[in-house]
Design a protein around this ligand. Structure first.
Ligand SMILES: *[C@@H]1O[C@H](CO)[C@@H](O)[C@H](O)[C@H]1NC(C)=O
Ligand SMILES: *[C@@H]1O[C@H](CO)[C@@H](O)[C@H](O)[C@H]1NC(C)=O
Ligand SMILES: *[C@@H]1O[C@H](CO)[C@@H](O)[C@H](O)[C@H]1NC(C)=O
Length: 493
């Protein structure tokens, strides 16, 4: 099954560039390509259907879908902008994993500012002082048919979370946001994204899997549940009227999110892709993905039990707790990349604000550095570049090009200069010997980054920030400034 990821994309892609009306030979070419594509497609399908079982493994329980209903949306006059209080979270959880998974929810959920319900399969111990959302038991779904041999029928109860939440009749709801018990939301960025859309209309907002094969097998039009997705109030009202009938029509589907997508297809509502929602169907180290995030707000992280802790030498929960420090200082800029050069020393510098700084010997162009390096394995546990639905670059093998990585150690706001000051400490790992006659970044211990908070970053057209190497008067320390690019300022090697 694992060979299925060894697709050769060059066989498939040229069809899009072929001009069909050209000549006889072009036609023959087209048929050839079609035949090859078809063979490949059938081959892939076969492999996927035999392999999908193990790919989901223990996570299948946690997929979900949801919807809640609130009040009277016509009377929401108090504020035009969508705020956190207009969102109701529907969290898909299972009683077995609750004691451990609730720690992820504690990282982002604030009971004073947010509303949410944890939908559970069975009773769990709860403690009102933990600040977690209230727990409710999903209604019985044993009368719904479920025939998928690889999945679990909890998918049905989870796909009904949106409807069940809507039926609670909460007031002043604009969006129902679904997540798993191992999804971490950056809620301020979620709000930034939702504000682009009219909650009275029908919106189904989320993102795909990183895995090309998962997307082929499930759908390129499906919001993956673990990354979280949002259903507008208008759409939830339409969904609740038909969802139970709809679910009866798809007993063979695997999970909750494909059931949701099937109902969306019946409603004729396409997926609105917002690529800051992250399913993270990968194994290993997320570093490459977090160090080169697309220019869009970071909305969610998922599968945190599957990947390594995002900071070295910390537990998973400790590492995420550290990320909440810059999240509170400047959520819009969290993990946003900027690229600059130390021209004198001939180094390339990539900042992922609030997470890590990388220094490379030599000059890499922004088009290389903005691609995630493959520090992670695909969902079939292989390092295979054809497995992803986006561009990646290999981890460099050249002994001189291994980046020097500095991880966030602390961050604060300095009110005198009205800027955030975040510090990044060198990850002390052995570096291979390099014979290039040039400045060695290993002389540095720390990078300090100054950045003005920029809550309106995403109200403008998307653009990377610029970074600049500043003078440092301390040995072993690099000082960088990150901010809006000035007129004419470019990441020019
Ligand atoms: C909506 O709210 C208004 C004012 O609070 C109330 O008069 C009206 O009956 C409500 N409508 C519905 C459908 O609940
Ligand atoms: C990891 O953390 C422990 C305890 O905080 C510390 O003693 C140790 O030096 C750390 N190791 C590295 C490689 O930073
Ligand atoms: C804030 O920055 C100023 C100027 O760099 C510095 O003198 C001051 O010590 C800083 N304050 C704190 C609390 O770090």
């Amino acid at each position: 099954m694992k060979d299925s990821e060894k697709l050769n994309p060059t066989l498939v892609n040229p069809t899009t560039q072929q001009r069909p009306s050209h000549s006889h030979s072009a036609k023959i070419m087209l048929w050839l390509i079609l035949a090859v594509s078809l063979t490949y497609f059938i081959y892939t399908l076969k492999l996927v259907s035999t392999s999908s079982n193990c790919n989901h493994g223990p996570f299948s329980i946690n997929h979900h879908s949801s919807s809640i209903n609130a009040a009277n949306s016509t009377t929401i006059s108090s504020s035009k902008r969508t705020e956190l209080r207009h969102v109701v979270f529907g969290i898909a959880a299972s009683s077995k994993l609750w004691e451990q998974r609730k720690n992820y929810i504690k990282l982002w959920y604030n009971e004073k500012k947010m509303r949410g319900i944890v939908w559970m399969d069975d009773n769990v111990k709860t403690n009102p002082n933990e600040g977690l959302p209230p727990v409710k038991i999903s209604t019985d779904t044993s009368n719904f048919p479920y025939t998928n041999k690889q999945g679990h029928r909890s998918a049905i109860r989870i796909s009904r979370i949106v409807s069940e939440t809507l039926r609670l009749g909460l007031k002043d709801v604009r969006w129902f946001v679904m997540g798993d018990d191992d999804t971490v939301f950056v809620t301020n960025n979620l709000i930034r994204v939702l504000n682009k859309y009219d909650h009275k209309q029908f919106y189904y907002i989320g993102s795909l899997s990183e895995s090309h094969l998962q997307n082929i097998y499930f759908s390129y039009g499906m919001a993956y549940g673990g990354g979280g997705f949002a259903i507008s109030y208008g759409l939830a009202k339409a969904l609740v009227k038909m969802q139970d009938r709809c679910i009866h029509r798809y007993p063979g589907l695997y999970g909750s999110d494909d059931r949701m997508q099937a109902c969306m297809a019946e409603l004729g509502v396409p997926l609105t892709k917002e690529i800051g929602f992250h399913q993270y169907d990968v194994y290993g180290n997320l570093f490459g993905l977090l160090a080169a995030h697309p220019v869009t707000p970071l909305v969610s992280l998922h599968h945190l039990d599957v990947v390594e802790p995002i900071f070295p030498n910390a537990t998973r929960v400790e590492a995420l707790q550290r990320l909440t420090i810059p999240m509170k200082l400047d959520s819009a800029g969290l993990i946003q990349q900027s690229i600059c050069y130390d021209k004198e020393k001939r180094w390339t510098i990539s900042v992922s604000w609030g997470f890590a700084v990388q220094i490379f010997r030599g000059i890499f162009s922004p088009r290389e550095i903005e691609m995630p390096s493959r520090t992670f394995l695909n969902w079939y546990r292989r390092a295979d570049y054809t497995a992803y639905a986006f561009n990646t670059r290999p981890v460099t093998r050249h002994p001189c090009q291994k980046p020097f990585v500095f991880y966030l150690s602390k961050a604060k706001f300095n009110s005198t200069i009205q800027q955030t000051v975040s510090e990044y400490e060198k990850h002390r790992v052995p570096h291979p010997e390099c014979r290039w006659k040039m400045a060695n970044p290993s002389a540095l211990d720390k990078v300090v980054v100054y950045k003005k908070p920029d809550p309106h970053l995403w109200d403008r057209a998307p653009r990377r920030n610029c970074c600049r190497v500043m003078k440092s008067n301390k040995k072993g320390r690099m000082v960088i400034n990150v901010g809006i690019c000035k007129d004419g300022e470019v990441s020019e090697p």
